[in-house]
Ligand binder design. Structure first.
Ligand code: HEM
Length: 184
């Protein structure tokens, strides 16, 4: 049931109306993105650290929180650079992020509020630094694309694991879900 990350990226670009103008303005502001990334990382991990369950995960292993700060800065900057113009490398990378979170056992319910925090903090920063509305829009779109990737990996990893374990076909699996849902 695994999706093709590049094809998914292309679908999301259309759905989010992520245009070449959006890409240009992000690239133009890549240096600025890198400059504010450490501050955004601080907001992000302070926010996650207020939740006891998340805090335990963040500090589970020696040096993890320090590593995560660096990881966040890289991730944040990549939204501006697009790595390979938001192509195959970018898509594979975004797909992988979701898979890593599933592997660690972070529940998907934490992902949307976490991304909302990023959008909120970056919005405040854009405003205080007098950045244009176009940049805010482009950033919101790419955050939502990255969010859609992570959320989709959760579904796909779970489905793939069930299919592998049971030997069911994808059609049967989907039927079971819709059948189960209709009785709720
Ligand atoms: C907007 C949502 C999030 C984004 C964009 C994000 C981004 C990332 C990235 C880019 C990685 C590295 C993945 C890799 O190794 O390829 C990562 C790993 C990780 N993330 Fe997140 N994350 C998000 C939400 C969360 C939440 C809610 C938690 C909860 C505690 C979390 C905890 C972790 C942990 C523990 C790792 C592994 C760190 C290690 O290497 O030990 N993340 N994240």
């Amino acid at each position: 049931m695994a999706i093709d990350p590049l094809a998914f990226m292309s679908t999301l670009e259309q759905r989010m109306e992520f245009t070449s103008e959006d890409k240009s303005i992000l690239k133009l502001n890549a240096e600025w993105g890198l400059t504010i990334a450490p501050e955004m990382a601080d907001h992000f991990y302070t926010y996650l650290g207020r939740d006891a369950e998340m805090n335990a995960i963040l500090n589970q292993t020696e040096g993890r929180i320090h590593r995560l700060h660096q990881t966040f800065i890289r991730w944040f900057h990549e939204m501006f650079t697009g790595l390979d113009d938001w192509g195959n490398t970018y898509s594979q990378n975004r797909w992988r992020i979701g898979v890593v979170h599933v592997q660690i056992g972070i529940q998907s319910q934490h992902i949307v509020p976490a991304m909302a925090k990023v959008v909120h903090e970056v919005g405040k920063k854009l405003q205080s630094e007098g950045k244009p509305a176009d940049l805010k829009e482009a950033l919101s779109k790419i955050c939502m694309i990255d969010l859609a990737f992570i959320e989709q990996s959760y579904i796909d990893v779970a489905a793939s694991a069930v299919l592998k374990e049971t030997g069911w076909s994808e059609a049967l699996f989907r039927r079971l879900i819709t059948h189960g849902a209709s009785s709720m």
